[in-house]
Design a protein around this ligand. Sequence first.
Ligand code: NAP
Length: 318
Amino acid sequence: MKVILMSRADSAATWAEELRRQAPDLDLRVWPDETEGVDPAEAAYVIAAKPPPGEIAKLPNLKAVLSLWAGVDHITGDPDYPRHAPIVRMVEEGLTRGMREFVLAQCLNAHLKTYEFVQQQRQQLWRPEIRGRHGTEPLVSDARVGILGLGVLGSDCARALTAVGFRVAGWARREKRIEGVDCRCGPDGLQAMLAQTDILVNLLPRTPETEDILNADLFAALPDGAYLINVGRGEHLVEEDLLHALDTGRLAGAALDVFREEPLPGKHPFWTHPKVTVTPHVASITRVRTGVERLVAAIAAFERGETPPGVVDPSAGY
Ligand code: NAP
């Protein structure tokens, strides 16, 4: 039983080292250097981060494809993906905590207008009033955060934001119950949430239903001066609609971590837009030690004939 690590990232060697440390009995082969001459029929598991299209289809006897990332659109989006084996998305503590820290920071930055003060500094401007009238500056308890997606990451961020004192609502496909969070679902639920959202956080997976969801209609449903934080996927955002909403003052600003094209091309208007903060897809990544613990546990579960957590529903795409 062979396990193929299929990652084009520089970190492949680090993953292989930790996998061999935690599971020395695993017959691990790093693609492509260590898979030459290996019979494709012997591959039982693929551990993948953005596998090249068509490569997984060459392995006919897979028991599962284990994603190194929480989002699996890089696997389901492969037109040749054979759907002969379940996909397991990454759910692990380090990834969840990293996203919590990033989203908390961006919500606080939006609330405190940190990036507007950075712009002011560049122009040597002293305008404290952008935080509100002196003595009535809003506190987090005045700020309403709406989260698109209440899955592993969205629900964790919702709880953390609630604990800090934000007023938090969230939207998912199915009904949810999270203490202190106004949970919504369905098209009406979305509109109701958007109408009461000052800071919108996108933590949806990329599926055919969610692509382009951050568009002019959605921005029109937000109160004037709302702020967007996109940590989902670049394909969720209609970029021209965002630029228009920022330039007309509909939205106050946006913190963008993910893009249709990554790295973001040099001439892209987001780089220099005064109301946009760009981060290079760093909101959260899988931590190697805890991530490998999950991978090893998932393989063990399959070998016992059990289903590990995080198996993707192929009809929903996440
Ligand atoms: P998850 O546990 O699968 O949660 C997805 C959530 O989205 C669920 O609440 C789901 O609703 C909701 N959803 C899906 N389709 C929907 C639709 N059509 N309408 C309404 N709600 C919908 O995923 P996760 O682990 O939280 O990760 C979310 C995403 O974050 C990933 O897919 C990835 O794209 C992104 N991500 C980004 C980074 C980064 O560094 N920027 C890092 C990690 C992950 P139900 O609960 O009803 O199923």
